[in-house]
Every structure is written in C-alpha cells, then in structure tokens.
Design a protein. Structure first.
Length: 545
C-alpha cells in the first residue's frame, strides 16, 4: 500500500514491495470481497441505456459457475483463452474465472479484423475465445485455420451450432469452485504489443503484475482509493490502460467500476456519464481530453465533481492542464508506461510540482533511469533510453515464445523501453521520441510492420512504407507512402478502397488516415526502407518549415 506523505521523496523512500509467494488475481479482485454480500463491484450501462449492477458476491458465484463450465468444455490450467468483448459484465467475469482456473487470458480488441485476430489466436495457440454477436462472424471465418481453437463462446444472443452460449454455460455450472493455487510468478495473461519489425509480440505477464501496477494507480490518482471513489475509463478493457490501469486495480481495492459499451467516444456523453453515476476517478487518454475540452461550458448541463484524472500516452501540455483545473476542478496527473512494463513514471499533484510537458518522476517501487547503449545512467540533460531496473513486479516474464526478442530488450539488468528521454537536475523525465518507428495515435501505440504487411496484400500495392504523421488532435496519424502496382490507377477511389481494406482486416485505429502515392521509396543499399526520411519529411511539411 502506498503511504501518503508530504513530499515525493518521503513517499518514494517509504514504499516497500510485499509480493507473496502464492497469489491469484481472480481471488484477489473478487473472492476476497465476496463476504461483504452487497459491496458494489460493477455498474454496467448498455447501448440502450439499460443498467445492470453486480456486487462482488454476484461476481464470485457467477465466475465460479463459469469456471466450472469452462472446465467441462476442456479448458485447463495453462490454456490460453481469448477475451474479445467490449466493457461488459461478461468480460469481467471471464477474466476472474480464467485467473481462478490458472488459465491464461488473451485480451483482444473488438475492432480487430480477421487477419489481426487470426495471428494472435494462432500465435498463442488459443484453445478458446469469448466474443459477442458483433464479432462472432470474424471468429467463425478463421476458425477452420486454427486447429487449437476448440471452444467459442457467445456472450449474449442466440448461439449458432458449434458455438456455446456464455450464459447457458454459467447456468449449468456449480456455484462452488476451488481456485487453483498459483504462484505470483505463474502466467496470467498475454497482451500483444505492436512491433516495428515483424508481427506483434505477446507480452507474457504473471499474476504479480497486478500488485506491480498498484503504486502506479494510487500515485497519479492522489493516493487512491479514498472514500466514495468510483472509477471509469473510455479505454477498451482489451488494452492495458483499460483493464490494468482501471478495472483490476479498482477491484483489488474493492472500488466499483462503471462500464459502458460505447462504439465511439462522445465528449458530451462522457460528461453526462460522469455526472449520472458520480464518477470520481478516470483514466482518460489525451485525445479524449482534447475532445472534452471542445465542449462549451459543460458544468452548466452536467453536475460533476471528480477527484482524480490520470492520463498517459503522450504529453498533455499546459493548455490541457489549465483546462483541467478550470473546468474539472483538479490537476490532471500524467503517467508513463508500456505494455511490457507499465506505470513506472508519473506525477502526483498532492506531493510534487507539476511541470507541463514532463512525464514526471519514477513511481514509488520502481527504479527508472535514462541510460546509454551500454546501460550506464547518463548525466542530467543528456538524451538516452528510458530503462527499468530488474527485477520489478510489473515487468513481463518476456515475450511469448520469442526468446530472441526478449533478450534484445535487456542491457545488463535494465529493461529498455525504446523511448528516448532526458532527465533534468530535479529528476523529472522529459520525453524526446521513439528509438524505433512506433506510431503514437490517440493513445494507441501502433507498429508499422503489421500495417505494411496488410497493405502488401492489396492487389494495387507494389511497395509501401508506413510512418506516423504529426496531428494536432491525435499526436500522430498513420500515413502510408505507397508505390502503386503497374495496373493500379492512383486517386481518391483507390485511396478509399485501401483504407477500407485495412480497416476490415486489421483494426479501425490502424488504417492509414493519410495515403500518398509515390514513384519510389528511400532505401538503404541493402534494400531496407528508410522510414526516418519519410517521417522527417512529414514533420517538415506539417511544421511549415
């Protein structure tokens, strides 16, 4: 537990990790609270505005029945199971049940297309998946190419032949279930992260990762939890920002979470939701905050009184911070992390100065430095790579079945993030850029390799390079430089067809919002595309210099 203090140094020095030998996320976030029969865990509002509420006692009984049902379907300890659902009770129950079974969850974004989905299910050798009616067809389309995939669950609606109804399974299961005794280092889930070369890599996380996240949630939320706290995020629960920065930490502390199934973020609706349920805490990506800032005088229509907002993924800047103080009545606290090692740098306005544009200082419990190529900390003001000292409970076990990629992330006993930054004399970190070609768009970290691979499947694309192009709202947008095939006819019609092609096969947030047809691409003498030249060109164009 992070202890409040008067200064950053006091809070940092007083923190000590307490990681038990045996620990299970499912028991921790659900079963330990179930004796308080009416303690609220979840408020769920569907697209029609219908509301459901679940106590921890409800979730324990339902997840037990689900775990028994999954066992009857052949899911066993160590098996990988995809969770392709929006924010919903079924998503939460599935995570709890899988962890209590000792199985391994694979959070999957509902906007993934068949190609993106097939790769992740194939690479993980997933034995099962749960999804909803909107996404079932994607799963059925690729099922025959996935020999390990034996169980397909449908969350709500009538299950067709060969598909098992989620609630049918729950109803048949017994209410008593003995959770598997897992060690803190036993695997819990695989979260796929985009890479710049090759396909996405699966960050393989242990049960202890939740304990590792706790100070990174408590600190930027001004010593969460406090009486009356209620958490919500518009971030999808398939991403670390949704389920590891909000859902699971809240349930660890017995704090209720608001879940709302929204296909698209609506800033006016966000204010309405916050006021309607009395949301006190939120993780809001910077893009969402920028959209909310455009809403005029929200306080005249919505009676909200939040206690904390945390944000990460890109720098907020002075304007957003000022807006937060004036409109939301609080200081928005920034934090930094990545899928593999999350929430390791941040700020807490109660104990430290907020310096606009800074990532903050190391979160208590984590040793973070800016290092050179040999793994030596560099002097203040010098740009180097952000690195986290091992061991660290929030750090992944490595990449799923990719030992070579795991080894590349280490120098000495430092995990290298691939992010460049410098530290000032007072220990504040200042982001400089990516060491590789990762694109940061609306809080998502997008690797160009998977998009380029998809684009190359389009019959009109001969060669392609994908980079991040500067954007005022999204930080960056995906831009594709395409050398068209000999029979192609470049123009608006082909451009729209290519965009639609990527949207349908990968994900809506990964399609190229900008496309430029070119005769050739900059190449090295060994035939590698020089993305840096294209990126520099975009920065020059959009800065007007």
């Amino acid at each position: 537990m992070l202890k409040p203090g008067k200064t950053y140094d006091e809070v940092y020095r007083s923190f000590r990790w307490e990681i038990p030998e045996f620990y299970n996320i499912g028991v921790d976030i659900c079963d330990k609270w179930a004796h308080q029969r009416y303690r609220l865990a979840l408020i769920y509002e569907d697209e029609q505005g219908q509301v459901e509420q679940y106590a921890f006692w409800d979730l324990k009984r339902l997840s037990n029945r689900l775990a028994n049902g999954l066992k009857a379907q052949g899911i066993e300890r160590g098996d990988r199971v995809g969770v392709m659902l929006p924010q919903s009770p079924e998503a939460g129950m599935m995570h709890i049940a899988l962890y209590k079974m000792g199985a391994v969850a694979i959070p999957l974004f509902t906007l993934f297309g068949p190609d993106a989905l097939e790769y992740r299910l194939s690479n993980s050798e997933a034995k099962g998946i749960v999804t909803d009616e909107a996404n079932l067809q994607k799963v059925l389309e690729i099922k025959d190419r996935l020999p390990n995939l034996r169980v397909v669950l449908l969350a709500r609606g009538k299950a067709p032949d060969g598909v098992v109804g989620f609630w049918d399974l729950v109803e048949k299961g017994a209410t008593s279930f003995e959770p598997v005794l897992t060690k803190a280092d036993d695997p819990a889930f695989i979260s796929y992260t985009s890479g710049t070369t090759g396909p996405p890599k699966g960050a393989f996380h242990a049960h202890r990762v939740l304990l590792g996240h706790l100070p990174g949630v408590q600190f930027p939320h001004n010593f969460f939890p406090k009486e009356g706290d209620l958490f919500w995020t518009p971030a999808d629960w398939a991403w670390m920002g949704g389920f590891m920065d909000v859902l699971l930490p809240s349930w660890h502390f017995g704090v209720p979470v608001v879940a709302r199934r929204a296909k698209k973020f609506d800033p006016e609706e966000a204010f309405h939701l916050i006021a309607k349920y009395g949301v006190k805490n939120a993780f809001m990506p910077p893009t969402a905050l920028k959209m909310m800032r455009q809403v005029k005088d929200p306080g005249s229509r919505h009676d909200f009184a939040m206690r904390s907002i945390g944000s990460g993924g890109e720098a907020l800047g002075e304007e957003l911070l000022d807006w937060g103080r004036k409109v939301m009545g609080l200081t928005i606290n920034e934090f930094y992390g990545q899928t593999e090692v999350n929430l390791v740098v941040g700020v807490c306005s109660e104990v430290m100065e907020i310096r606009p544009g800074s990532m903050g200082k190391p979160i208590p419990g984590h040793r973070v430095e800016v290092v050179d190529e040999e793994g030596n900390p560099v002097p203040p003001g010098t740009i180097g790579e952000v690195a986290i000292k091992t061991p660290d409970p929030v750090m992944c076990l490595g990449y799923w079945r990719n030992e070579a990629a795991t080894k590349e992330k280490f120098v000495k006993d430092w995990w290298l993030t691939g992010d460049l930054a410098k530290k000032d004399e007072d220990g504040y970190f200042w982001f400089s850029g990516r060491k590789d070609d990762i694109i940061t768009s609306s809080g998502y970290r997008i690797g160009p390799a998977e998009i380029e691979d998809c684009l190359m499947k389009h019959p009109s694309v001969a060669m392609v390079a994908v980079v991040g192009s500067p954007d005022k709202v999204r930080t960056e947008v995906v831009k594709a430089f395409i050398v068209p095939g000999p029979q192609a006819q470049p123009g608006p019609e082909l451009e729209e067809d290519i965009k639609r092609f990527v949207k349908q096969r990968l994900a809506a947030h990964e399609y190229p919002r900008e496309i430029e047809f070119v005769n050739e691409l900059p190449m090295t003498t060994t035939g590698k595309i020089i993305r840096k030249e294209l990126k520099a060109l975009e920065i020059k164009r959009k800065s007007g210099s």
